[in-house]
Design a protein. Structure first.
Length: 341
């Protein structure tokens, strides 16, 4: 089923406006709160046939999407549509962080970011080769976890001292035990197989104070994906991440010793709750030197991640400048110490 949000004043299609946080009509300027939008202006068009072929209620065009897409725009009339039958049952998100950065601001921020690259090629810094910039709601699982850690270690303190003609080394041994009980809330893990996990991880942190109960109007005008992996399938990944945090925390409590040898280190992390959540991401496809470079921007905070091309000429010049500066410093030192060459 395809959902359109029609403007109660002029009948045009409405979209979610990232700046106002409301459904907005580009035709007449009307804005409505997501929670208060009149239900009589929400129009549904049902899927047809076994192939699940969607039709735009606005212009009648066929809407072709990937099977994981839950929101998109009509290629013919640009109307924002939500494929609501793909958001039902266990595929219905619990939470969403809405976009707060518009497409125009995202593009401006990306161009500024490109210009700040000290070692990027000059052509890249002009940022005039953007092939596409797409607002996508990426599926994540937010985990509430509890971790219990138990550690047994043998630690030593070594002291050396002189007495008479002899030098003594004294080693004291300590049995050290640590038990911790830690809770973590809303730890995010990307649940889409299309997205690069490392890229999505680097977009953190998100401001959870803006986390809202899911409502389909937030998706209007954007692309949204459904998860490919459920919370059970991704638990091993979030567990490995949290176990590192717990181990690091335990290690930080064992200090002041000369040596530490662990006899036992046991960490038990359990899932308490998981929330299916959609996070806002601007995906930027940049064409440079006949190859595509993919960048991602946090649609809430504006943080940009990705691997830009490197100018080897600038790198060489940078190292040359460092080497030259080192030489000048050494020369100055020689003059001070030796009074000249």
């Amino acid at each position: 089923m395809v959902i359109h949000y029609k403007c109660p004043d002029c009948g045009a299609d409405m979209r979610f406006d990232s700046e106002s946080g409301k459904l907005s009509c580009d035709s007449c300027g009307r804005k409505d709160h997501v929670e208060d939008f009149p239900k009589e202006f929400i129009f549904n068009a049902f899927a047809e046939g076994e192939a699940v072929e969607y039709h735009c209620k606005n212009c009648g065009a066929v809407i072709l999407t990937d099977q994981d897409t839950t929101a998109t725009t009509c290629s013919f009339c640009s109307a924002g549509v939500v494929l609501v039958d793909r958001l039902s049952g266990n595929m219905a998100p619990a939470k969403v962080i809405p976009f707060t950065i518009s497409k125009e601001k995202a593009m401006k921020a990306f161009k500024t970011w490109c210009k700040n690259g000290l070692l990027t090629p000059k052509g890249f810094m002009t940022a005039d080769r953007v092939k596409s910039i797409t607002g996508i709601y990426v599926p994540f699982w937010l985990y509430d976890l509890n971790s219990k850690g138990h550690v047994d270690a043998i630690c030593t303190n070594v002291r050396s001292y002189d007495r008479g003609e002899y030098n003594y080394t004294e080693t004291s041994y300590y049995d050290v035990h640590r038990s911790v009980d830690l809770s973590y809330v809303k730890v995010p893990v990307d649940a889409s197989e299309k997205m690069n996990d490392k890229l999505m991880d680097k977009l953190e942190p998100y401001d959870y104070s803006h986390l809202k109960d899911f409502n389909t109007p937030y998706l209007a005008g954007y692309i949204a994906e459904k998860y490919n992996y459920d919370d059970k399938q991704l638990f091993s990944r979030v567990k490995a991440r949290i176990d590192q945090y717990v181990e690091s925390y335990i290690n930080s409590t064992i200090s002041g010793y000369s040596t530490t040898a662990f006899k036992r280190k046991q960490i038990d992390t359990q899932q308490e709750k998981a929330y299916y959540t959609l996070f806002p991401v601007w995906m930027v496809c940049y064409d440079y030197n006949k190859s595509e470079h993919i960048f991602a921007m946090n649609g809430q905070t504006g943080k940009i991640v990705g691997k830009p091309p490197i100018s080897y000429g600038k790198v060489a010049a940078w190292f040359a400048a460092i080497a030259s500066g080192t030489f000048v410093l050494l020369k100055s030192a020689a003059w001070i110490i030796g009074g000249g060459f």
